[in-house]
Design a protein around this ligand. Structure first.
Ligand SMILES: *Cc1c(COP(=O)(O)O)cnc(C)c1O
Length: 371
């Protein structure tokens, strides 16, 4: 790893273990490559921040990134890959804007805050209906899929991993209508049949790269289902026609995604999934055995491998453990404000050793506090 001094000069060795939920940790290798490109992109004498977005340098980046997404997800040419602005929320908006007519109904699987937000956006365009919900248990479990889903729905929307509550669908439902998935916090970490989806999206700042762009993949056939005239920026047809360069794209964010995709391919999805299982088991086992910490999601079949939420017996212990972790250079553990306690995000860039350090810190802390 040459030029490692670029980002590490002055604080070598003090890089923190970052369990933040997003923007999240990236592999050091990717950080080094990204930082080199900021100074001099591929020996071109230009910074990645300066290259033209319609020139060959960037078009090559776009093409390689899209090809890698296709390869990783095993998609054929029936699918379009886009990098769009606006984060997850703009997809909450674009999906119904494009596919939900005024008199149509879309079905939403309500497994948490992000599902609800997505459903709220749909109401601007047509009718949205919760097909099932685990709101009554404060989203600490997953709802049960309804046995029968009406086949006249415009689409069904699912959030595959509930980042805030730490629950995850390990299997996706079979539905006859187009299935749309928000995969923001678990893409590339769990075996999925991406081909069975009509559209899926993932914000970059969790498993894909850097904040500022969102990966959107959709079946070409969906473009025929667009229900209304829309300004081009909001219209999937226009975005596809202009191949993600309808306006100036976030070049650096997309380049960081390319670096992360190369890293992901090198690791392989199979290895990443196995690591994800190992890392999450290590932490859940420690929580299940602890006398002071408790996982928020009790049933193992609902537990997320990506975001592990837990509480301590009381707020004093929580404060003490937070401080203890800060001293150990472990950061990003705060739970979402609606859940409280702790949330440990185990995205792909987190190593088993990182989790082992946290588990050791929990153990040392527990042994040393007076209950
Ligand atoms: C983080 C996250 C989002 C939010 O993305 P923004 O880019 O902040 O709009 C949406 N959905 C899920 C599942 C997330 O984890």
């Amino acid at each position: 790893m040459k030029n490692s001094t670029i980002i590490m000069s002055g604080n070598k060795g003090s890089r923190k273990i970052n369990f933040g939920s997003g923007p999240a940790a990236l592999p050091e290798e990717v950080l080094h490559q990204a930082s080199e490109a900021v100074v001099d992109y591929n020996h071109t004498g230009l910074s990645i921040l300066e290259i033209p977005h319609r020139g060959k340098l960037f078009l090559d980046i776009l093409e390689e990134s899209k090809a890698l997404v296709r390869e990783l997800c095993e998609l054929d040419d029936q699918f379009e890959v886009l990098w769009l602005h606006g984060g997850g929320r703009l997809q909450f908006c674009m999906v119904p804007a494009n596919f939900l007519g005024e008199n149509d109904v879309a079905g939403y699987i309500d497994s948490g805050h992000w599902s609800q937000e997505a459903m709220n956006y749909a109401a601007y365009y047509g009718r949205s209906e919760a097909l099932c919900s685990s709101r009554d248990v404060r989203y600490t479990a997953l709802p049960t899929f309804p046995k029968k889903i009406p086949d006249d729905l415009a689409y069904v929307h699912i959030t595959t991993n509930n980042t805030i509550y730490g629950t995850q669908w390990h299997r996706l439902p079979d539905v006859k209508v187009p299935l749309v998935a928000d995969m923001s916090s678990d893409i590339f970490s769990i075996g999925r049949d991406y081909k069975n989806l009509s559209l899926f999206y993932a914000v970059a700042q969790k498993n894909v790269g850097a904040a500022g762009t969102t990966l959107v993949v959709l079946r070409k056939e969906m473009l025929k289902r667009v229900k209304r005239d829309l300004p081009p920026m909001l219209d999937y047809r226009a975005q596809v026609a202009k191949a993600s360069v309808l306006n100036t794209p976030p070049v650096f964010a997309i380049y960081t995604c390319l670096l992360m995709l190369r890293w992901t391919k090198k690791k392989t999805l199979a290895v990443l999934e196995q690591e994800s299982i190992d890392k999450s088991c290590l932490l859940y086992d420690a929580l299940d055995q602890s006398n002071i910490f408790h996982p928020v999601v009790a049933q193992p079949e609902y537990r997320s491998r990506m975001n592990v939420c837990f509480r301590a017996n009381n707020s004093e212990i929580e404060k003490g453990f937070s401080d203890f972790c800060s001293q150990q250079n472990i950061t990003g553990l705060e739970g979402h404000r609606t859940v409280g306690g702790f949330r440990v995000s185990l995205y792909n860039a987190i190593s088993r050793e990182d989790v082992q350090q946290l588990v050791s810190a929990m153990d040392t802390f527990e042994k040393n506090i007076v209950l």
